[in-house]
Design a protein around this ligand. Structure first.
Ligand code: BTN
Length: 273
């Protein structure tokens, strides 16, 4: 594909991002690195040193980007978005899965704003044209019964070329794409970062003001799994059945062919039909 639209400089730039922010809690402090091992790992160090809620850490690349289920997150330099944001909500670990929905809802908003219809695949994968363009990793630390902090780390394939994805991810790359591939135009990384952070701040306040049910309602509107036949590969076994939605704790519910309901708390999801 040849691209007609080029952005003069598409390097991440803190000032450019800041100018586009209209947030209350997110982004009072924004760090930008060239390369880090992992933005979430780096932010975890700052969190332990007392960093304030809303601190954002961005990097142009990650040498050890982490995905869900112990996977690596492919993080080439200068083309995508790798961002981690620190929150200190007064919630229990059990409430964390629904809290993490603020990140996928914010990503969905930012994707929609560039003209692409997003969908969410449980728990927090963002799909465009049925392929994954972004993911969310939630890192938790507890203090007694409550969370000390949660770091929401997002990786978004903005401008990475399909061929580069395929070379890096092999077969798994078939299920992934980038927003540039979908739109045919280079995505402005600073505008996208600001758009995501603005929405993240909004959803954070929705959560604070209206609680979990508001997030679950919004999340269900974008859910691509409900009603579909799926296979969930866990550590010990694989469950096949029909997805019947998420429960109030944000866990996926699956009904197997014998009519038994399973509450899924993790695992790799594959669509069967
Ligand atoms: C997934 O597997 O879908 C989650 C991917 C999360 C990747 C992001 S990139 C920024 C942050 N730092 C990491 O090491 N991981 C998350």
């Amino acid at each position: 594909m040849t691209l007609e639209t080029r952005i003069a400089s598409n390097d991440l730039d803190i000032d450019l991002i800041r100018r586009q922010l209209s947030t209350r809690a997110v982004g009072h402090v924004v760090y930008l690195f060239g390369e880090v091992s992992s933005t979430s790992e780096r932010l975890r160090q700052l969190a332990k040193e007392g960093a304030r809620e809303g601190t954002v850490l961005l990097a142009e690349s990650q040498s050890d980007g982490r995905g869900r289920l112990g996977k690596k997150w492919f993080s080439p330099f200068g083309v995508n978005l790798y961002a981690s944001v620190l929150f200190r909500p007064h919630i229990t670990p059990k409430q964390a899965p629904v809290f993490s929905f603020i990140a996928s809802l914010a990503l969905a908003d930012a994707v929609r704003r560039i003209g692409v219809q997003p969908a969410i695949k449980w728990p927090n994968d963002i799909l465009a044209e049925r392929k994954k363009v972004a993911g969310v990793l939630a890192d938790l630390a507890t203090s007694g019964e409550l969370l000390d902090y949660v770091i929401l780390g997002v990786g978004v394939n903005l401008n990475v070329e399909k061929k580069v994805l395929l070379d890096a991810l092999g077969e798994a790359g078939q299920a992934a794409t980038s927003l540039r591939e979908v739109t045919g135009a280079e995505v402005d990384r600073n505008a996208f970062a600001a758009s995501f952070l603005n929405s993240l701040d909004e959803w954070f306040h929705v959560y604070r003001g209206h609680g979990e049910s508001a997030l679950i309602r919004a999340w269900r509107d974008l859910d691509i799994l409900t009603g579909r036949r799926i296979a969930v590969k866990g550590e010990q076994s694989t469950i096949e059945g029909r997805a019947i939605g998420v429960d109030a704790d944000g866990y996926l519910l699956v009904k197997d062919p014998l009519g038994r309901r399973h509450q899924i708390i993790g695992g790799e999801i594959r669509l069967i039909d």
